[in-house]
Design a protein around this ligand. Sequence first.
Ligand SMILES: [Ca+2]
Ligand SMILES: [Ca+2]
Ligand SMILES: [Ca+2]
Length: 172
Amino acid sequence: MPVAISGSDSPQHRIFAMLDVDGDGAITRTEYLARVDRVASAMGRDPHHPVVAASRAAHEVVFQDMDADHNGRVTFEEYRTWVGHDAFERSCRPALGSLFDIADTDADGLLNRDEFTRLRTAAGNAATDADAAFDALDADRDGLVDRDAYLTGIRDFVTTGSSPMAAAYGAR
Ligand SMILES: [Ca+2]
Ligand SMILES: [Ca+2]
Ligand SMILES: [Ca+2]
């Protein structure tokens, strides 16, 4: 059952704060696209690898979608309005999936704990939070998290605030 989301501790505030890297109250295009390069670098990926290029393109789509007035800055109001609609399935899923693919160096659709932690810390999570999220997502304890479980976990956190991925954002 969805829970009411409000206040400065909401999933939207947590995610916005993570994306607004310099904390100036807006996510710039540069800040948003730099996520891709941080993850690629953390995973030792060549910046010209096709999965990195695909991720940059997917993030560009999300940014244009979020930036309602097209001024190159996404304010919290723009973000909140955008995320409240069907944005996750339309554009977030491809972008988040593309970051997963950068981290999934053997392309089997699964991340081990080390890959997952490097992905999440490059994306802005504390390492301890990433570790807790991995435990919550790895329900069968085989030491691997699959792509669908990961993306569904983030969607549930974004839309309901209740998810195994909540730990990744420091929310428990
Ligand atoms: Ca900013
Ligand atoms: Ca804007
Ligand atoms: Ca893998």
